[in-house]
Structure formats: structure tokens, C-alpha cells
Design a protein around this ligand. Structure first.
Ligand code: ACO
Length: 314
């Protein structure tokens, strides 16, 4: 299901947070039977940041986004935190962020796995369409807490981190031109973590489904936005495997150079990966006012999510 926003919104601030500890492929190769060469060739990942807690990383990223936006703490209406690695089963880690930032507003976690940030962003647009003015949208993960460090098939993939944006109501139609949220629940056993247990994954099939889902969702958002692949200046894909990004870009008909890629340094940070890649692109001057951006992700569920936004729109 998808539809145009009733009252527009736009991103006015952003921030990221990464744990200090950087773990290289060589370091991992000391504990499991793998090699830098295998990991780089099969995934594109060279290193990742590990450590911290989800709420602390989320708070740091959100504090930066809040500061940059210039929104007063009293004017923040909601914190939406996308994560699969909340600090506790309950309460939501978003409540810790709200408290740590000294906000007086609603707070909730949202779990759509690696599609989580785009789910949260679309949800926040919905909150603004129905009356909210300022919503903090965060993707934060400590995947290291659910990783099986003895399983070379998964432990080389993941990293920890957070990215956040401030979404503000606008007078005009806002940035969101099209969106698509989907779930294929019958595929949920391909990738899951039972309560208190490590993440389990059928890598090859997840890969296949991921390319399908990224392409279908990306195309759905492009169609809804009424734009073509050639119109897209920047694609911010979920950062799971550079080969998934390459295959999806090819199927979407968008040159690979237009993709934001940070997984070489950060690994797969699930809900945090899209905001981390988006902020990296902004900081490297890859976006100008009016550019069209396609955010597109997939994850456990299997969920998929995409959105076309006009950067800097009011
Ligand atoms: N180092 C060395 N060898 C390895 C490693 C490793 N780290 N991992 C697996 N291998 C071996 C396997 O044992 C296998 O050996 P065999 O041929 O003797 O049986 C061989 O390498 C090939 O294994 P495959 O699993 O077939 O390798 P593949 O090319 O599919 O790459 C990978 C595996 C990287 C996991 C890939 O399938 C992938 O990226 N899948 C998608 C993962 C993903 O996107 N997950 C996203 C969800 S994350 C989330 O939601 C939190």
C-alpha cells in the first residue's frame, strides 16, 4: 500500500555514531577460518566498527541531528527508532533516547530488520501528515550482540552503528514523492534470531531474494513517484553485500556510480546502514538541492522498503 503525503515533511538535520573499535578482516581471521581475500571478494567488506549499546549510539546520532536542525527540544514530537537489537526486550530503546536527550515526547522502537530505517521514515511522514511537526528518525544497531562469533558464514558480515535524521513539517508538499513497504513473511525462516539466540541465515537464498526485493521495491517507488531510473541522482541501498548492490543497481537500470556505498568500512549495520550511507553521501557533497534520491532496503521478514525523496524540498 502506498499513497502521497497529506502534509509534507523534509529532512533538516542528520548525524551518525560509530563505536571506536574498528575490527579488520585480518583480526576476524584469527578467530574463525576465513581470510581478508575471501571476505572482500564475496562481500566487499574490509572492516567494521563493533561495540557500544544501541541506545547510546542512537542517542549520539540523534543529538547531532537535533542540534543541526535547530529544533528546540520542547518542539520534538516523537522519536522513532528502527532496530532489531534493542537494549532490552522492553522498554523500547527509543525511551532511553528521549530521556537522554531531555525530550518530552512520544518514543517507540520499530522492527523491520534492515528495512527498518525506511519503514521509520515513512511512518514519520505519516505522523507529520496527521499533525506532528518534528520527528527524530533513527536507525541504530549493535548486531555484535546477536552475532554467532563462531560462524564464519555470518560473523564477517555485521557491524554496529547509528544514523539519525530530523524530519520537519513543511509548508509545501515536502520531500516524499513515492514509497513502498513490503513483507514476504513466508520467507521468514531464511533469516531470523530467536529470543536470546544468535542470528541464523541461509546466505545464498537471502542473496537471491534480496536482489529481487530491492529491484521490485525500488521500481514500485519510482512508479509511484512518477519518475524514471535516469532521474535518480543517488541510490542509498541497504549495505549488506556489494554484490547485492551491484546486481540490484543493474536491474534497476541505474549506473553503479550513483550508489552510496559504505559497507567496505562499516559492514552490514542493518537499520543503521541506510542513514549511515546517506550521511556519508551528504558529507561528500554528493547531493544538491532538488536532487532525487532513492532509498532502498531489504531484510529479515523478509521485508523490503523504498522511498523516493527530493533532497532539500520544502
Ligand atoms: N570465509 C571463508 N569461507 C567461507 C566463509 C568465510 N567467512 N563463509 C562461508 N565460506 C565458505 C562456505 O563454507 C562455502 O564452502 P564450501 O563450498 O566448501 O561449502 C563457500 O565459502 C561458499 O559459501 P556460500 O555461502 O555459498 O558463499 P556465498 O558466495 O553465497 O557468500 C554470503 C556468502 C556472503 C553470506 C552471501 O551469501 C550473502 O551475502 N548473502 C546475503 C546476506 C545478507 O544480505 N544478509 C542480510 C541480512 S542481515 C540482517 O537482516 C541483520
Amino acid at each position: 500500500m502506498a499513497g502521497p503525503a497529506l502534509r509534507g515533511a523534509t529532512i533538516t538535520g542528520w548525524g551518525t555514531a560509530l563505536p571506536e573499535r574498528v575490527v579488520s578482516n585480518e583480526e576476524l581471521a584469527k578467530t574463525v577460518e576465513t581470510s581478508d581475500q575471501w571476505i572482500v571478494a564475496r562481500t566487499g567488506i574490509k572492516s567494521r566498527h563493533l561495540g557500544g549499546t544501541t541506545s547510546a549510539l542512537a542517542t549520539e546520532a540523534a543529538r547531532k541531528a537535533l542540534h543541526m536542525s535547530g529544533v528546540a527540544k520542547a518542539d520534538v514530537d516523537m522519536v522513532v527508532l528502527a532496530t532489531i537489537t534493542a537494549d532490552q526486550q522492553c522498554p523500547a530503546s527509543a525511551c532511553t533516547v528521549q530521556d537522554e536527550l531531555g525530550l518530552d515526547c512520544g518514543a517507540m522502537d520499530l522492527n523491520a530488520a534492515c528495512s527498518g530505517f525506511v519503514y521509520a521514515l515513512v511512518t514519520a511522514h505519516g505522523l507529520i501528515a496527521t499533525g506532528a511537526n518534528n520527528v527524530l528518525v533513527i536507525g541504530a544497531e549493535t548486531l555484535s550482540s546477536i552475532t554467532n562469533w563462531d560462524d564464519r558464514g555470518t560473523c564477517v558480515l555485521f557491524g554496529d552503528g547509528a544514523g539519525a535524521v530530523m524530519l520537519q513539517a513543511t509548508n509545501g508538499p515536502g520531500q516524499l514523492l513515492g514509497w513502498d513497504l513490503n513483507s514476504k513473511g513466508h520467507l521468514r525462516r531464511l533469516l531470523y534470531a530467536d529470543m536470546g539466540v544468535h542470528l541464523v541465515m541461509e546466505g545464498k537464498e537471502v542473496f537471491r531474494q534480496a536482489v529481487k526485493a530491492m529491484t521490485a521495491s525500488g521500481n514500485a517507488s519510482l512508479t509511484q513517484a512518477g519518475v524514471c531510473a535516469e532521474d535518480i541522482k543517488l541510490v542509498v541501498p541497504h549495505q549488506a553485500n556489494v554484490r547485492i548492490i551491484e546486481a540490484s543497481m543493474k536491474r534497476l537500470g541505474i549506473p553503479l556510480e550513483r550508489a552510496a556505498v559504505v559497507l567496505d568500512r562499516l559492514g552490514n549495520t542493518s537499520s543503521a546502514s541506510i542513514p549511515l550511507a546517506l550521511v556519508d553521501a551528504i558529507e561528500n557533497d554528493r547531493l544538491e538541492q532538488g536532487d532525487l534520491v532513492l532509498l532502498v532496503g531489504f531484510g529479515a521478514g523478509m521485508t523490503s522498503a523504498s522511498a523516493v525523496i527530493r533532497w532539500g524540498a520544502t
